[in-house]
Structures are given as C-alpha cells and as structure tokens.
Design a protein around this ligand. Structure first.
Ligand code: MGD
Ligand code: MGD
Ligand code: SF4
Ligand code: MO
Length: 765
C-alpha cells in the first residue's frame, strides 16, 4: 500500500509582493541578508566565528557552490559571499529534529508542508526508520539500520536492482568509497545530480576538446580580453565570480552577458569588502547584454561567426587564428562550408537579438584574441544542450582561444564537489581503464555493463525493476523532472535510504520501508579511530584541496559519510570482504592512497593535498593538447534548433531564486528580481500578459505539452518582467512537474528544464 503523501506540496499561495528589479548586486543589502540568516539559524557571533573558517586555509570548504578560492593571499575579512553564508546557516542551524518531532508529525502530515517549512525544521540528529505500512518514523540504532539495508541488498536477484544516487556535496573520500561499495556489490547504477546539471558540458567538451571539464583557471579570468557569460546567473549562484569579473574589467577586459533576463549580478557589482565600492557605487560589469530568446544561443553564436567569416574572407588571418586551427583542429573546412550555407537573417530571427546588437558583439570578438566563455544551466538544460556547448567551442577554436592564458572554456559547476565526485568514479558509464585499476587494487570483479543515469533510473523504478534506492545526499524527488511520475515510481521500491543532513521531500515520498541516516556536515569535526580527519574536494577549475571541519557536531549520533559507507559495506559483504573498509574509515589517508593508485593525476595525493593551496589536476585542454579520438580539437556542426510550437504556447525556463539552494529554500526573497514572499510566480513579458488580459498578481495554471503528453502545474501568480516575448520564467522545483521525463537532452540525457512548451490556462475563463 502506498502512503497518501504529497509528491508535490499543496499549491497554496503566500503573500506575493512585487517590487523593483535591482540593477546592482551584493553591497550592503547582501551584508544585511547574511547577518539576518546567521541570526535566525545560529546566532550572529557563532555564525561569524564559523564564517571566519570558511574557505580559509586550514578551514572548511563552502558548500555553496564550486567557485574556486584564490590561489594566493586570502582576504582577512572573509572569503565568502551572502549565499555561502546562507548555505552555512542552513546546515549549522541550532534547530534539531529529535525523535519527538517524528513522533508528533506523521509522514503524510509532513509531506503537506512546503519545501521551505520542511527544510527549516532543523538538522536530523539520529537514524530514523519508517517501517512498512507505518505512518511515522521511529528512532533506530545504526546497527539495525545497516542490517535492514544489507538484508535488502542481499535479497536482490541482481545487483542492478539497486540504485546508488549521489548529490555533489559529497567529498572525494566519501564518493570514492561509495562508488567502490556499489561496484563491489556489482552494479554501475550510479546516477548523480550531474546528470541533471553539467552532463551536457562533460559530453560536449569531451567530444570536442578531449576533457569533460573546463580549461581555465581563476587567473585566466583576470587576464581575459573578453568574458562571455552565457546562460548563467553568477550574482546569485556563484557570487564570488563577480569579484573575478570585476578584476577582468579592471584589467580593461569586456564582459558580455547572454541571457533572456537582465540578471542584476551581471549589471553592476558592489563589493561589500571594498569601502570605495560602497561609496562610489561599484563596478559596472556587463558591457553588453544580449537578450536572447530561450534557446536562441546557437542561432546567436552562428550569427556572430557568420560576421566573423565575412571579415576573415576579406582579410584572411585577421579574425581567425589560422595557425592554431591548422596545427590543432579537425573539421574546420566542413564547419566553414556549413556556416556559409546558413542565412544570416534566419540566425538573427531565431536568436531574438537585434542585428545591431549582434554586429556590436561580433566586432568585439573579431578584434580580441583572449576570450573566455562561462556558462551554466541556461546552456546545458536543453534538448540541444550538448550542441550548445559544442557551438561555444567552435567560436573559441576559430579564435585559437583555448590552451593559452586568458582564454578557454569555463563551465561553472554547481554543487561544491560535483566535479570531484565524477573524478572519483561516480558515473554510470565508467571507463575500462578505471575499472581494471579497481579490480587489480582490490582483487574484485567490477561490473562492465553501464548503469542507469537519473532519467533511466526513474524509468527503471517506474517499471518496478528497482528494489533498493540509496541516496548519498540530495533530494531526488524534488530535483528530478516529472515530479508525480517520479514520485510514484520511487514508491515502487522496497527500501529507500537517504544519507542526509536536513529533512526534505525525499524522506517523505519513499519506498515501502525507508531509512534516514544522518551525517556530519562540512563544518563539523570528524573524529575517527586514528584521530581528526579532513576530506578533500575539487573545485570548478580542477584544484583539489582540503576541507576540515572544526565545530561540534549537531548530535553525538551523527556519522561521517565515509563512515556510513564503511559500516553499510561491512554489513553487506561480511568478514570475507576483500576490501578493508574499516581501515579506510579509521584513517582517510588510506582512502587517498587507494585514490592515488586508481585515478590519474593524484600522485603523492596525501602529501600534495596537505599543501595549503592543494594542487591542480592535469588538464590536457589547458595545456593545448586535445585528447579526442582525432587527437585534435574538433569543430562540429550543430544545426540551429527550430522552435516548433503552437502559436498560443510559450517556452518556459525553470530557474533559481536568489533565496534557495536547489531544492533547499533559504527564504522567500528573490531580492535582485524584486519578488518577495512567494515562489509560485511566472515571469512574463508585459505584451504577452496584455494579449491574454493578465495583470501583475493574476493567477494562471500551466499545461505542458510534450509529444502528445500533458502535465499540469497550477496556481502561479504572474509578474511582469523584462523577458522576451513568448518566454516564461518559473522557479525550480515548483514547476518540475511540467518537465516530461522524456523531455531531455540528446546525448547527455539531461532533463530539458530550460525548455518546456506550455499552454496558459486562466482559471474561470
Ligand atoms: N545560491 C545558490 N547557488 C547555487 C545554486 C542555488 O540553487 N543557489 N545551485 C548550484 C547548482 S547545483 C548549479 S548547477 C548552479 C546553477 O547556476 P545557474 O545556471 O546560474 O542557475 P539557474 O538559475 O538555473 O540559471 C540559469 C540562467 O540561465 C538563463 N537562461 C535560461 N535559459 C536560457 C537560454 O536558453 N539561454 C541563455 N543564454 N540563458 C538562459 C536564466 O535566465 C538564468 O539566468 O548554481 C549553483 N549555485
Ligand atoms: N526544473 C529544474 N530541475 C532541476 C534544475 C533546474 O534548474 N530546473 N537543476 C538541476 C541541478 S543543476 C541539480 S545539481 C539538481 C540538484 O539535485 P540534488 O543535489 O539532489 O538536490 P539538492 O537540493 O542540492 O539536495 C539538498 C539536500 O541535500 C542534503 N545535504 C545537504 N548537505 C549535505 C551533506 O553535506 N551531506 C549529505 N549526505 N547530504 C547533504 C540535504 O538533506 C538537502 O535537503 O537539481 C536539478 N533539477
Ligand atoms: S561563491 Fe560559492 S563557494 Fe564561494 S562563498 Fe559564495 S557560495 Fe560559497
Ligand atoms: Mo547543478
């Protein structure tokens, strides 16, 4: 019997306030917001004490995002931003969920709460168990929780009936152990949040430049002549990137923003650590904002490259880096032949940007040689997400803008260790070289068949093929597309296990039995048998460094993520296990020794990671070498996506507010966009609103259309916004039910969360 839980919280309204959109990011309001969050969750003094340890050498890594810390001197005032402080407040909160909380509230009742209220309830303090057919979680010992999990695993007919999900906060050490656990068990079913995030970047970059990571360092951003920020909102999601952009401007660089929205973080940055900025109004960042239609990026890039080709034809060698292309690239002639066939007018129309703006942008690119393109979800979460990334690479290759200082690719990662988790082997499609190293190091036979990514995991669950679902962090139910379909699918599992810090919907929409295993957070002290332990993480630019927690854990019952994997594995494989799980748990240096042996780039790991700045992993593209099948950097042909939608339909993108971390809702103040107290909002163009007779605060329902299937999400309030006609913006996860499970990127399988064809239904019409 399935419990009657809300997979989507009731679609109720709060008290929406629409204010003015801001044109400056950070500054004093950011400081005030930081202090307010600290005060609410843990008190200002404790909060400031903890913040002082964040991102400092010998401190803990901010779990806010994967933006790198400066290699050299760190600021004494602090190396963090408003959203880093919110991330810390959220996990270091002094509100605790003791067993009496779970006794008081049934799972069904909790599921009727908003995600905001669930998240604010507090830190989970001890293992909890939801027995079959029971309505409430009850406390359980670690031993019993491990026995339940291992009994379920041992009962499976095939190891592929289990799924091991990971969210990108997990440290390198925990991630390495977790994938080893799954593979010793016999499956590559290792989906992760990356499948919903930068998978398109990984695929697009591997095909074209031979490494699925970005090529630039932080210093490169400072030195670039042009930085194009496309499909990314750094002011909210990677706030300290604004410091790097401001540095680039100081060095006379130009910043170009390509986005359907004028995101304030890209307009002007007031560095709260600089008195001068506060007095004089800060640094103007974007020199140009190209307001593309949703998914108009390939068209825009092609338009620019057509103009570049025109100039180049007039004066060969004046625009393209022919020497670079000749020496390093493959597919140039075919690419140029294709470009010549494309109508410039079509590209302009499809992009949604005026010809004048495109010409201005092209003139800049023509003149400059050191170009960096930064991107995030506005590029990857499309049917043609991989093609978007490859088109960005085409532009950089024409300019020879990769493998030299001040130039290159910069996919800006989301979760603080999402890149490291993949390096550690959290991947459903591992390479043979890695698997054979695991086999020889541990004397096991790892499986060779590829496993399920996120979308395929959901399909397998819907077909009742999965019995056990284990999640190392994250909030699978709310983060994934097609919420109702996914929620019903996961309820088919016999057991779901969540290793978590805070309560979320994935603890409430569960298998027939469910476990919550509470873990330490980044800032908390991790003591194992052989002393205090630290973990390591890899940032968005491939730097591996230490993170050491020093604060008292929220409860004595918490265990570290590596310890949880070790005890689950010991219980599952018993005494005869060839892998010495206890040794790894007792001293994380042992895990790092295994990593050094099995993963390239980690020689002298334990020694080098003790250097204050950590170390850079090898990166062939950064060195101007391209490890592709052709051994060259590949130009690719990526057709302009054609928008075939009904004339009364719209294209919706689901984005983050300034006051959330993915499915964790920090607050209800999307300050930069001037939207307060409500998350069920729809940003719309005023002309579209007028045509439908809508005003600010009007209520609308949405139906999404995908290949004949319809999905619903109701009760959104309309907000007039500076967004192209035909486009709508809503928040994630409120609109996730509209993303059909098969509405996903070709090649990468990433849900197309930024391109949802919707129809607007006006209630009572
Ligand atoms: N505070 C905070 N920080 C975070 C997160 C968070 O939730 N909160 N999440 C973390 C994670 S996991 C990730 S992946 C990153 C996400 O970082 P972002 O990718 O910046 O996050 P989104 O809000 O999804 O924003 C996408 C941006 O792309 C634009 N966009 C949408 N569609 C298109 C398009 O078709 N073309 C172009 N050119 N632009 C488009 C949107 O207007 C928006 O500005 O942030 C990380 N950091
Ligand atoms: N529609 C739509 N959907 C999207 C997106 C979108 O833009 N639009 N973005 C996608 C992207 S980019 C991503 S990355 C995914 C995010 O997907 P997930 O990574 O699955 O989701 P999060 O909300 O980041 O997970 C938050 C939970 O992680 C747990 N947690 C926090 N810290 C720790 C820790 O240190 N250890 C452990 N074990 N647990 C911890 C807490 O319980 C918290 O509730 O969502 C994707 N979904
Ligand atoms: S930029 Fe990202 S990693 Fe740095 S302090 Fe802010 S949230 Fe944390
Ligand atoms: Mo992400």
């Amino acid at each position: 019997m399935k419990r009657k839980v809300f997979i989507i919280p009731p679609e109720k309204f709060e008290d929406l306030k629409i204010g003015k959109r801001k044109t400056k990011a950070a500054g004093i309001p950011a400081v005030i917001s930081t202090l307010q969050h600290l005060k609410k969750e843990l008190g200002i003094w404790q909060g400031l004490k903890m913040l002082n340890k964040m991102n400092q050498k010998g401190g803990f890594d901010c779990s806010g995002c994967a933006w790198p810390d400066p290699d050299g001197k760190r600021s004494a005032i602090g190396e963090y931003c408003e959203n880093g402080a919110k991330a810390l407040s959220e996990e270091a909160t002094i509100k605790y969920l003791n067993p009496d909380f779970f006794e008081k509230h049934s799972v069904e009742e909790l599921s009727s709460w908003s995600d905001f209220k669930i998240g604010k309830a507090g830190r989970i303090t001890q293992p909890m168990y939801l027995a079959p057919n029971s309505s409430h979680y009850t406390p359980i010992s670690w031993d019993k929780a491990c026995t339940i999990t291992s009994n379920h695993l041992k009962k499976l007919q095939s190891p592929n009936e289990a799924i091991f999900y990971t969210s990108g906060r997990t440290s390198n050490e925990a991630a390495f152990m977790y994938q080893l656990f799954a593979r010793q068990f016999g499956t590559n079913n290792l989906p992760d949040c990356s499948n919903m995030c930068h998978e398109s970047s990984g695929k697009g970059l591997s095909q074209t430049v031979g490494i699925g990571k970005g090529s630039v360092t932080l210093e490169d951003l400072h030195e670039a002549e042009v930085i194009v920020v496309i499909g990314q909102n750094p002011g909210t999601n990677h706030p300290r990137m604004l410091t790097a952009l401001a540095q680039c401007k100081k060095n006379n660089g130009k910043i170009i923003s390509v986005n359907p929205l004028p995101e304030p973080g890209l307009e002007c940055f007031v560095n709260p650590q600089k008195v001068g900025d506060i007095i004089f109004g800060g640094t103007k960042l974007a020199d140009q904002h190209l307001q593309v239609k949703i998914n108009g990026d390939i068209a825009l890039l092609k338009a620019v490259m057509i103009l570049m080709l025109k100039e180049e034809t007039k004066n060969p060698g004046s625009v393209f880096d022919l020497e670079f292309i000749e020496k390093n690239c493959s597919g140039y002639e075919e690419f140029i032949d294709d470009l010549k066939k494309i109508s410039f007018n079509d590209t302009v129309n499809e992009s949604g940007v005026s010809e004048q703006e495109i010409r201005k942008f092209a003139t800049l690119i023509i003149q400059k040689k050191k170009i960096i393109v930064c991107w995030a979800m506005g590029i990857t979460q499309h049917k043609n997400g991989v093609q978007n990334v490859r088109e960005i690479v085409n532009l950089l290759l024409l300019k020879g803008s990769i493998g030299k200082s001040g130039a290159g690719t910069c996919p800006v990662r989301g979760h603080s260790n999402v890149q490291g988790d993949r390096t550690m082997g959290i991947w459903e499609a591992p390479k043979e070289d890695f698997l054979s190293k695991l086999d020889s190091r541990f004397g096991i036979n790892t499986p060779r068949n590829h496993g399920y990514d996120v979308v395929n995991s959901i399909h397998a669950m819907s077909k009742n093929e999965i019995k056990v679902f284990i999640a190392m962090g994250g909030n699978f139910i709310s983060a994934t597309p097609d919420s109702v379909f996914t929620g019903e699918s996961i309820q088919n599992c016999a057991l779901t296990v969540q290793i978590s810090t805070k309560l979320n919907r994935s603890h409430l929409v569960t298998g027939k039995e469910a476990l919550i295993l509470p873990c330490l957070s980044r800032s908390e002290k991790d003591i194992q048998k052989e002393g205090v332990q630290f973990v390591t993480v890899e940032n968005s630019m491939g730097v591996v460094h230490q993170s050491i927690g020093s604060f008292t854990p929220a409860s004595e019952h918490l265990k570290s993520e590596p310890a949880i994997v070790a005890i689950l594995a010991k219980e599952t494989f018993g005494k005869s296990s060839k892998i010495k799980w206890t040794e790894m748990m007792n001293n994380y240096d042992t895990i790092r020794d295994h990593i050094e042996f099995t993963i390239n780039g980690f020689s002298n790991y334990n020694e080098r990671v003790r250097l204050p700045e950590g170390f850079y992993l090898p990166n062939c593209a950064r060195e101007g070498k391209f490890n592709t099948a052709t051994k060259k950097a590949n130009f690719t042909i990526n057709p302009i996506p054609k928008r075939k939608i009904k004339s009364n339909h719209f294209i919706m993108m689901t984005i983050r507010s300034h006051d959330q971390y993915n499915t964790t809702i920090y607050g209800l103040d999307d300050r930069y966009r001037g939207i307060k107290n409500e998350r069920r909002i729809a940003l719309m163009n005023l002309k579209d609103m007028e045509a439908l007779g809508l005003k600010n605060y009007s209520i609308v329902n949405f139906r999404s259309h995908f290949k004949g299937s319809i999905r619903e999400a109701n009760n959104f309030k309309v907000v007039a916004y500076d967004i192209p006609k035909g486009c709508i913006g809503t928040y994630f996860p409120e609109a996730n039910n509209l993303v059909h499970i098969n509405n996903k990127a070709e090649i990468s399988n990433t849900p197309s969360s930024k391109f949802i064809e919707v129809e607007i239904i006006i209630p009572d019409h």
